[in-house]
Design a protein around this ligand. Structure first.
Ligand code: IPE
Ligand code: IPE
Ligand code: MG
Length: 252
């Protein structure tokens, strides 16, 4: 399958670094509540942490990062919290443009845009448009994103191609489905979910079928560059088999 990436340099290197890392940024609310602050303070600190973390991640030569910023299910939250998250996101998308340009990072958005506020959609479109020719790394922001919804959207795209006689039933393969997801990025190698919750909460379920998972107890605002390096060390120790066996297993 052909992936839609134009990246400078070697993507897979000798240190067994993941090419594509996903981060489920969880625990902002608990971080704030533990300190007697409102949940919004936690989100603000989470965003502050994200800026530092991304800088560090790309510096470590990890080329593709997908972050879970807002799920379709997060609309179930109190209206004030949702509005705060939308305002904070606009600020992040707008203020970080200069950093993404400086670091040469292309920003993509995964998720549905249709039921978002117009000012949010505008900020997303602007960031995507302005960074579209950057090629030192990719940031895929999952925003108003649901993994099952992404699969439904892919099924709809494929069904309509069959309807138009562009493809036939027999053309449906794993590659074809992957090509019809929101992005054509390589699959996730490593997924980190902070805050100690042991679930994926609908994050990139198609793309993470063979990802390694890591669940630190640290709440996202505290998940700093040191914690990230520890996570990568753990990833490097994993024996990825993809259903087969590796040299390490061949003792019998
Ligand atoms: C993650 O932190 C941010 C979003 C889901 C938008 P939470 O807000 O879920 O924080 P907790 O899990 O309640 O602590
Ligand atoms: C997952 O966290 C979504 C994001 C981090 C954006 P949630 O806090 O929404 O997940 P649940 O509700 O604990 O499963
Ligand atoms: Mg949460």
């Amino acid at each position: 399958m052909k992936y839609n990436i134009i990246i400078i340099g070697d993507v897979m290197n000798d240190n067994k670094l993941p090419i594509h890392v996903g981060i489920i940024m969880d625990g902002n609310g608990r971080w704030a509540q533990k300190r007697g602050f409102s949940r919004s303070v936690g989100h603000k600190m989470g965003a502050k942490n994200l800026k530092k973390l991304l800088k560090h991640i790309y510096k470590r030569n990890i080329k593709i990062v997908s972050i879970y910023a807002f799920s379709t299910e997060n609309f179930k939250r109190d209206k004030n919290e949702v509005e705060y998250l939308m305002d904070l996101s606009i600020k992040f998308f707008t203020n970080e443009l200069k950093t993404f340009m400086k670091e040469n990072i292309k920003v993509l958005f995964s998720g549905r845009k249709d039921n978002l506020r117009v000012d949010v959609i505008n900020a997303m479109n602007e960031l995507e448009e302005n960074t579209k020719n950057n090629n030192n790394g990719i940031l895929n922001i999952c925003f108003n994103y649901g993994g099952r919804l992404e699969i439904i959207d892919a099924i709809k795209k494929i069904a309509s191609k069959i309807n138009n006689n562009d493809i036939t039933f027999d053309d449906i393969t794993e590659d074809l489905v992957s090509e019809n997801m929101y992005q054509t990025l390589p699959p996730l190698d490593f997924v980190i979910r902070t805050s100690g919750e042991l679930r994926t909460s609908n994050f990139m379920i198609w793309e993470s079928s063979y990802a390694e998972y890591y669940f630190p107890n640290t709440l996202f605002p505290d998940f700093d560059t040191k914690e990230f390096d520890k996570a990568i060390e753990e990833f490097q120790k994993r024996n990825r088999r993809f259903g087969g066996i590796t040299n390490e297993d061949k003792s019998v």
